[in-house]
Design a protein around this ligand. Structure first.
Ligand code: VTB
Length: 314
């Protein structure tokens, strides 16, 4: 394997520590401070690794520092060349308001294998690995996709659940799903987790759809790829600035529908540690002088693994 077990262990350590760095900010209504605490730890620890990494999915551009920005070099420059996607706090509102589902996330692939995405919206659709590739399509109507899913799984429409961000822009999709008598799982933020809920039937989510962050789409695709799940995305570039930025990043066809294997290629590692407890894993727990973290990990064609770590306070 090209991405080593040592790298995987290091990434688990890093997202655990960046989640722990957020712990004091849970419920403090200070999302910027929470994000900064996690970002500082993530950057600092990534820079100590024997890697020659570059951020391909980050938060903004250089002038928006101190965030980990697109193009930032990470590592001591002495190891493998890697593309790195960072989301030190996915769900900053959840941390600030002490709500379920925030996590600290990293995804890594070999250089050139992870899509460099600008910070813009993405229209996404995801389904589990029990659905044959190419069956459900972002360009089909909601009704057509639900009918296909229903036929493939022998589920009645009333037994199907769709996860979607609760946003005014989804008014029509949500009404259509209601008309079809499909169950909704309406999430307020955190659409990386939302997309991952299709990966295992125990989460009771059949399809994830709708418009969310583009970077979050790429990160979710990295995990879904390892799990053999389906994902398609199309960036939505609205302003002239967005469009120019996309062109600068090498995106020629601004309306292109991306298949999962165009977003993430080859081997990849996805690593997410819970900050506040959610559907996927528990959040950081402080017990005596120790922190207990839960991290979900995918590495190449391995199943979603849940790793518990105990970190002593120093
Ligand atoms: C989602 C969600 C993120 O942004 O991508 C969302 O996963 C999309 O943007 O947690 P809007 O909030 O503008 O709809 C977040 O909520 C925050 O980055």
């Amino acid at each position: 394997m090209k991405l080593s077990q040592e790298l995987l262990n290091n990434l688990i350590e890093i997202t655990s520590n960046s989640a722990i760095a957020c712990y004091p900010y849970i419920g403090k209504n200070e999302k910027i401070l929470a994000d900064k605490a996690a970002t500082d730890v993530m950057r600092d620890q990534l820079n100590k690794l024997n890697i020659n990494g570059k951020v391909v999915i980050g938060e903004g551009e250089l002038d928006e520092a101190p965030m980990l920005y697109i193009g930032e070099k990470l590592g001591n420059g002495e190891g493998p060349e890697l593309d790195i996607a960072v989301d030190p706090v996915e769900g900053t509102n959840f941390v600030a308001k002490n709500l379920p589902g925030s996590m600290s996330v990293l995804a890594v692939a070999e250089k050139g294998n992870l899509f460099t995405a600008p910070e813009t919206y993405m229209h996404k659709i995801a389904s589990g690995n029990h659905i044959p590739k190419g069956s459900i399509d972002i360009d089909f109507t909601v009704e057509k996709n639900i009918n296909i899913y229903s036929e493939l799984t022998n589920k009645k429409k009333s037994e199907i659940t769709v996860c979607i961000l609760n946003r005014p822009r989804h008014k029509e999709i949500i009404s259509e799903l209601q008309r079809l008598n499909v169950n909704l799982k309406l999430i307020n933020d955190g659409d990386v987790s939302g997309a991952l809920l299709v990966s295992d039937r125990k989460f009771s989510v059949d399809i994830f759809m709708g418009i969310g962050g583009g970077p979050e789409g790429v990160i979710a695709a990295a995990a879904l790829d390892s799990l053999g799940c389906n994902f398609q995305g199309r960036f939505l570039f609205k302003t002239a600035e967005d469009k120019n930025r996309a062109k600068e990043m090498g995106i020629r066809d601004l309306n292109k529908k991306y298949e999962i294997n165009e977003i993430v290629k080859g081997e990849s590692i996805f690593c997410a540690t819970g900050i506040t407890s959610g559907d996927l894993m528990n959040g950081v727990i402080k017990k005596n002088e120790k922190f207990i973290t839960e991290t979900i990990v995918t590495h190449n064609k391995k199943r979603l693994e849940l790793i518990k770590k105990v970190v002593s306070l120093t």
